[in-house]
Design a protein around this ligand. Structure first.
Ligand SMILES: Nc1nc2c(c(=O)[nH]1)N[C@H]1C(S)=C(S)[C@@H](COP(=O)(O)OP(=O)(O)OC[C@H]3O[C@@H](n4cnc5c(=O)[nH]c(N)nc54)[C@H](O)[C@@H]3O)O[C@H]1N2
Ligand SMILES: Nc1nc2c(c(=O)[nH]1)N[C@H]1C(S)=C(S)[C@@H](COP(=O)(O)OP(=O)(O)OC[C@H]3O[C@@H](n4cnc5c(=O)[nH]c(N)nc54)[C@H](O)[C@@H]3O)O[C@H]1N2
Ligand code: SF4
Ligand SMILES: [Mo]
Length: 734
């Protein structure tokens, strides 16, 4: 029984829902003068560029990159330039859709949608227990929405399990930092791109994945050495002074080998190691086994190249190590990331300009989700398992402590397994498209179809996941709502509403408000009236944490200062006046004894080695600067679409292409133990013999990948499985 549903005295009646203004429908808060300009942080990647939005009648009609913002200094990539265009699309979700008796998704009003959502989820909970419903969220909504979702689902609706697409992306970096530094704390500031004399990029292709970060590298005045560690000769590798095309997943051997060489050359910062770290002696003993011969054999790199890399690190005054998905998405990603952390620690390349062991984040608010989504961490980077932390957050939120679960959620893959076993029967998917992006869709799609009730909250109603939903909730997108994002360098910036959401679409914030009301826990969130209110709550949650942001007065301050990097505790505002700040300048870390830890393990091979039947390694990743993930947004821009092939393609090296008689443009088949797809061949010297590369932006890609996970972070290993490549003309014969 849900008595609240029948109360029509509150502001949530059907009539009021239609009232312009109340829920963002038709509401535009921004100044209305004819030539008004406002700024907003871009809603695609984690670089966090600021865009000037040029308004007419309060509505943005065009945009240009902000020159006086410390991140992008007047630059933007094609996605940023097209950020408004993608909002106008025929397949925008404009009304809730419910799968009716006909089996088709039919338009319904918000009242019906909310009643059905609550009835079905409560029904499932009654029958199978509170934990039988779960959510999957994102790194692409504002902090205020993330926090609301996490608090509503866990404290209001009684769910224990909710994870985000940041598991596919950032979990490894989070775990590596927590274990090594004591807190999930990327230490750098973008000025470091310009201040290094040696930059090492590992499994990162910023030329296309973080183009404006790459522009910052190009502004480096020190004629830097740029080392790129990537099996492919990527756009970034082509601009390197040293490209190390190592065997996929052999990074740990390489970095341990380099550590051994640094020790032999005595290129260490002994004082830093002695005063600020622990575990070095064990590490030094461990890496002795990583001889030149061994490392060359495991990585496939010539000994000279390995020595040159080690010498660059040894001789560099300011060496920075940057990593992205080639490290995080690996079966032993956490220890691989820490192998890089170890190199920075042993050479004292941390806490100084132009240094650091730096994980680059992916989505516009990946860093926000790490701190404020209430999934793996309790709000504000707290620990669900720590009674003091639970007490503090309960106090800030004014809720009963018993509502806070004593442990973190299941990870994404465990939620998927829970669905397979029938333990999770209701799923709420917000701002992510798992039926495309989750690893191994031969099982992924089937698992989602097992659900009793699947709710998808998205801007578009045609996504692969929306199409199999039982209920679609139409969401406003970037530009149609407000709040804050945290970028890769920990900079908090603001997002503005400069467009009306189409039809009945509501901001995620307003949808959450509705869900809370219809669920009957609206009271718990009585103070959560606007994103600005929630920002205040998040500030209070952050107090005393490494990510303390209590010194940020309000959104206006963020605006005036060009964003603010955490930490920014109250009382220390003047100390934090500097626009660019990095962590660990005093050599103290967030561990209990203040020391960073050397962590390492014996490398082991990936789960699915190549064999006679599947002789190629399948690498996946970003294809172009113009494509964003599952393309629900970027495919809506004619300009962006012109910049990439519309059909799935596979990059093949010239040696393999010649051997197999494959030419660019012909259709080939890719087969794995799990599935197959046809694709257009693209022959390129960027790909080594025995490898193929397929961009993740096509639905077909994850039909091929193999579900395998890093044991510490449970991040999927998207970038390694065994595949066969077959010419189409011969495909039928085998
Ligand atoms: N245009 C565009 N930009 C984006 C995104 C997008 O979809 N489109 N997505 C954003 C997001 S969420 C993320 S997480 C980032 C991802 O940004 P990146 O991580 O830079 O992009 P990827 O292409 O996924 O992977 C980087 C590289 O890892 C390499 N790699 C594969 N296996 C290995 C290995 O074993 N070792 C090493 N060293 N390298 C390996 C691949 O060859 C690839 O070139 O991009 C962000 N920016
Ligand atoms: N094979 C392979 N697979 C991969 C990867 C890889 O390298 N290789 N990379 C992985 C990584 S790093 C990532 S981050 C994931 C990304 O995977 P996804 O999160 O599934 O990809 P997106 O296309 O960004 O999905 C976001 C969805 O949210 C919707 N949306 C956008 N804005 C809003 C909003 O404000 N509110 C709501 N409610 N919806 C909105 C979009 O329309 C879209 O459907 O993919 C992972 N999958
Ligand atoms: S680099 Fe990233 S943040 Fe900057 S404009 Fe492009 S997508 Fe937006
Ligand atoms: Mo990502």
């Amino acid at each position: 029984m849900i008595p609240q549903l029948h109360q029509t005295t509150g502001p949530y009646t059907r009539e009021l829902l239609q009232e312009p203004g109340r829920f963002g429908l038709g509401q535009l808060p921004v100044a209305n003068s004819p030539d008004a300009v406002t700024t907003s942080v871009c809603g695609f990647c984690s670089t966090g560029c600021s865009l000037n939005l040029h308004l007419r009648g309060g509505e943005a009609v065009s945009l240009s990159p902000t020159t006086e913002y410390p991140v992008n200094l007047g630059m933007a990539c094609p996605k940023g330039w097209e950020a408004l265009t993608v909002l106008d699309a025929d397949d925008r979700a404009t009304t809730p859709l419910l799968r009716g008796d006909s089996g088709r998704l039919e338009p319904v009003d918000w009242d019906t949608a909310m009643r059905t959502f609550v009835e079905r989820f409560k029904g499932i909970q009654r029958q199978y227990g509170d934990d039988s419903v779960a959510f999957l969220s994102t790194g692409q909504i504002v902090n205020e929405e993330m926090a609301f979702l996490g608090a509503l689902a866990k404290f209001g609706m009684g769910m224990k399990h909710g994870d985000g697409n940041t598991r596919q992306c950032m979990a490894t970096a989070v775990t590596a930092y927590k274990q090594s530094f004591g807190f999930d704390a990327p230490p750098y500031t973008y000025a470091d791109f310009e201040e290094s004399d040696v930059l090492v990029f590992v499994g990162a292709n910023p030329c296309i994945a973080h183009p404006i970060m790459w522009e910052r590298v190009m502004r480096n005045p020190h004629d830097p050495e740029i080392v790129v560690v990537d099996p492919r000769a990527t756009e970034t590798a082509m601009n390197a002074t040293l490209h190390l095309p190592l065997a996929p997943k052999s990074d740990m051997s390489l970095f341990y080998g380099v550590a051994r060489l640094l020790i032999e050359r005595d290129a260490l910062d002994h004082e830093f190691v002695d005063s600020n770290t622990e575990g070095f002696d064990e590490f030094a003993a461990f890496v002795r086994d990583f001889t030149d011969d061994r490392v060359a054999a495991e990585t496939g790199l010539p000994v000279e190249a390995i020595h040159r890399f080690a010498n660059l690190v040894a001789d560099g005054r300011r060496v920075s190590f940057w990593w992205t998905m080639g490290v995080n998405q690996s079966h032993q990603g956490t220890r691989t990331a820490q192998a890089l952390v170890n190199l920075a620690l042993m050479t004292g390349n941390i806490g100084r300009p132009g240094t650091g062991a730096n994980s680059i984040t992916g989505q516009c608010n990946a860093m926000g989700s790490r701190l404020f989504s209430n999934t793996t961490n309790l709000l504000g980077g707290h620990d669900f398992g720590n009674p003091e932390h639970r007490g503090k957050v309960a106090d800030v939120l004014g809720i009963d402590e018993s509502r806070i679960p004593h442990e973190a959620s299941w990870a994404y893959d465990q939620i998927m397994e829970g669905i397979r076993r029938g333990e999770i029967r209701g799923l709420w998917v917000i701002c992510t498209n798992p039926a495309h992006s989750w690893i191994d869709q031969s099982e992924g799609r089937e698992i989602l179809e097992k659900l009793d009730f699947l709710v998808v909250q998205d801007m578009y109603d045609t996504t692969e996941t929306a199409r199999i939903a039982d209920l679609v909730l139409p969401a406003a997108g970037w530009g149609e709502k407000e709040g804050t994002f945290v970028n890769s360098e920990r900079r908090i910036g603001t997002v503005k509403q400069v467009r009306r959401a189409p039809g009945q679409a509501l901001s995620d914030f307003r949808i959450l408000e509705l869900v809370a009301h219809y669920w009957g826990c609206g009271e718990m969130f009585a103070d959560w009236k606007s994103p600005a209110d929630v920002f205040e709550i998040l500030k209070r949650c952050s107090a005393g944490q490494p990510c303390d942001i209590t010194g940020i007065a309000d959104y206006e301050v963020l605006e005036e200062r060009g964003g603010v990097q955490w930490p920014f505790p109250s009382g220390e505002e003047s100390a934090n006046e500097r626009a660019e700040r990095r962590l660990f300048e005093d050599g103290r870390f967030y561990t209990s004894n203040g020391r960073a830890r050397f962590l390492f393990v014996e490398p082991r091979p990936p789960a699915e080695p190549t064999c006679a039947e599947f002789p190629f390694v399948l690498l996946t990743g970003r294809g172009t600067a113009s494509q964003w993930h599952t393309q629900t947004r970027t495919a809506k821009s004619a300009v962006l679409r012109k910049l990439y092939p519309d059909r799935v393609y596979v990059e093949v090296g010239p040696e393999d292409a010649e051997r197999l008689g494959i030419v660019t443009g012909e259709t080939v088949t890719l087969e794995t133990r799990r599935g197959s797809t046809s694709a257009t061949a693209f022959v390129t010297p960027g790909v080594r013999p025995g490898h193929v590369f397929v961009p993740m932006h096509y639905e077909e890609t994850n039909r091929l990948t193999k579900a395998d996970f890093d044991a510490h972070s449970r991040q999927p290993s998207y970038k390694h499985c065994a595949v066969q490549l077959v010419r189409h003309t011969t495909a039928g014969r085998s």
